[in-house]
Design a protein around this ligand. Structure first.
Ligand SMILES: [Zn+2]
Length: 398
């Protein structure tokens, strides 16, 4: 399997267009925030919601003097929906039109809309719960709320990592255990060599949505599993899939899900600590809002979160690339199948329309995995380091 030159041309175009769209949607976000904060729409909107209490009396429910549970939820839901409506032409173009034009998506419009709806609904629900918790803590623990929020996020991440494979992902994909054949046997053997136990290998039905493929390690504890797209099992050689499974097993052996949760909690803690300082300054010194728990602070709070996630994006992507590099190293070491690894990488690039060599700055900022070019180089370095030759691994493959 070689890199398809024509597909690479398309991959560059596709990536460039998608980047432009994300810049535009970021621009819309920044502009909206400037208008909202600049024109004082954040306070105006709070007044509208508070004014609505004459016909929606529950909005004024207040368990404490500075705690407005329903106003916070309504405020948060409405501005989120408004933002989604505002950016819906872009979501439609980048989520539906573009992937179909490039032959990546095979979804019908109703199916796509249905998934989008479910995704937005779930997102809105989680966001409302999160924001409600934050504002309750701002009322009860105005100095230490950020510490509590970080702890709750930690607890919630562990819970979600545990439950997502059985509660969330099955909403979108159908999972079936990989039939007990040669692949499963090979994986079990690899796991045995690593003195570790894999709880299950599942095939994920992706072919009804996409021509692209993926594999992943999901879950924690009882729900821990390796998942492979059916768009991989139907067209890769058994050696190639074995190497991919070995990569996922590497994540398992290295306890990468725990590492990611831990690193994200630390970053979150730092971000929330600064958010606390800034919020207190804006309210206690500048008296821009009535109190820490004023519903009008929501757009500003979201802005702080947005700026923060923009700043940490290269950090968490950088850490993710390190973890991915180590999982590749594990796959190469445990299988020794260098040629199978390389052909799987090239197949991935062709199939997923992935840029083999993105610009270094793009990779640094946005990519959670090392570029295919780097992963191929890694395999070559591994080969020369460990004394394998292309021929030796080829004959080992057959
Ligand atoms: Zn990986």
């Amino acid at each position: 399997m070689e890199i398809d030159v024509e597909r690479q041309q398309q991959a560059r175009e596709y990536a460039r267009t998608r980047r432009r769209i994300s810049y535009i949607s970021m621009g819309i976000g920044v502009l909206s925030i400037l208008i909202v904060l600049g024109a004082g729409l954040d306070k105006w909107f709070r007044d509208v919601i508070q004014g609505a209490t004459s016909w929606l009396p529950f909005l004024s429910w207040q368990p404490r003097a500075d705690w407005f549970p329903w106003q916070i939820v309504v405020y948060c839901v409405l501005i989120t929906v408004l933002y989604e409506v505002l950016t819906s032409p872009l979501s439609y173009y980048s989520g539906f039109v573009l992937p179909r034009r490039y032959g990546i998506s095979v979804m019908s419009l109703p199916a796509w809309l249905r998934e989008l709806g479910i995704g937005l609904g779930l997102n809105l629900l989680l966001e409302a719960v999160f924001v409600s918790l934050v504002y309750a803590l701002l009322s009860f623990q105005p100095q230490l709320w950020w510490l509590w929020v970080a702890l709750i996020i930690l607890f919630f991440s562990v819970l979600m990592a545990n439950l997502a494979p059985i509660l969330i992902f099955p909403i979108f994909y159908k999972f079936t255990p990989l039939p007990d054949g040669e692949l499963t046997q090979r994986l079990l053997k690899l796991a045995e060599q690593a003195h570790t136990r894999v709880r299950g290998v599942f095939s994920m039905k992706m072919s009804n949505k996409t021509t692209a493929t993926n594999a992943a390690l999901m879950g924690l504890g009882n729900t821990r599993r390796i998942v492979v797209g059916d768009t991989m099992t139907d067209r890769y050689t058994i050696d190639e899939i074995e190497v991919v499974l070995a990569h996922e097993l590497g994540h398992h052996v290295h306890r990468d899900i725990w590492k990611l949760i831990a690193s994200q909690t630390v970053l979150m803690l730092v971000g929330l600590f600064f958010a606390n300082l800034i919020l207190h300054w804006v309210i206690d010194q500048q008296h821009y809002y009535r109190s820490l728990t004023d519903p009008a602070t929501l757009p500003f709070f979201f802005t702080l979160l947005g700026i923060f996630s923009f700043i940490i994006m290269p950090l968490s992507n950088g850490y993710s690339r390190v973890i991915e590099y180590q999982a590749d190293e594990y796959a190469l070491t445990s299988t020794g199948k260098i040629e199978a690894f390389k052909s799987a990488m090239r197949r991935l690039a062709n199939q997923n329309l992935a840029e083999v060599e993105p610009a270094p700055i793009i990779e640094f900022l946005f990519h959670s995995h090392p570029s295919i070019q780097k992963r191929l180089q890694h395999a070559d370095e591994f080969a020369s380091r460990s004394g394998y030759t292309a021929n030796a691994s080829l004959s080992a493959e057959s």
